[in-house]
Design a protein. Structure first.
Length: 95
């Protein structure tokens, strides 16, 4: 069982490192010129090799949709059995 504090921290980390980045990106897209680019830089801890096996299996799918990715972020705590802030940080960077 995951301690409640760890679950709350994991949700905050996902909100900060995934959900907020998605929202900002979506808001900027209409403002870009036709050849405009958005560059996002993550952390080496976001590499798939650093991820929990369950999360890695989802993220390695070639047919993963945006909706499925968002659902994965929403259900992150249930998919990855959070055992530390480190686990939630790594996962948030991979999403």
């Amino acid at each position: 069982m995951t301690p409640k504090g760890s679950t709350s921290l994991a949700r905050l980390v996902i909100k900060t490192n995934f959900s907020s980045v998605v929202k900002i990106t979506e808001r900027f897209l209409p403002l870009l010129s036709d050849d405009g680019k958005i560059l996002q830089i993550s952390s080496q801890l976001g590499a798939l090799g650093s991820q929990d096996q369950a999360l890695r299996k989802i993220l390695e799918r070639n047919d993963l949709t945006k909706e499925e990715l968002n659902k994965t972020a929403d259900n992150f705590v249930d998919i990855v059995k959070i055992d530390s802030a480190y686990t939630s940080y790594c996962g948030s960077k991979a999403l």
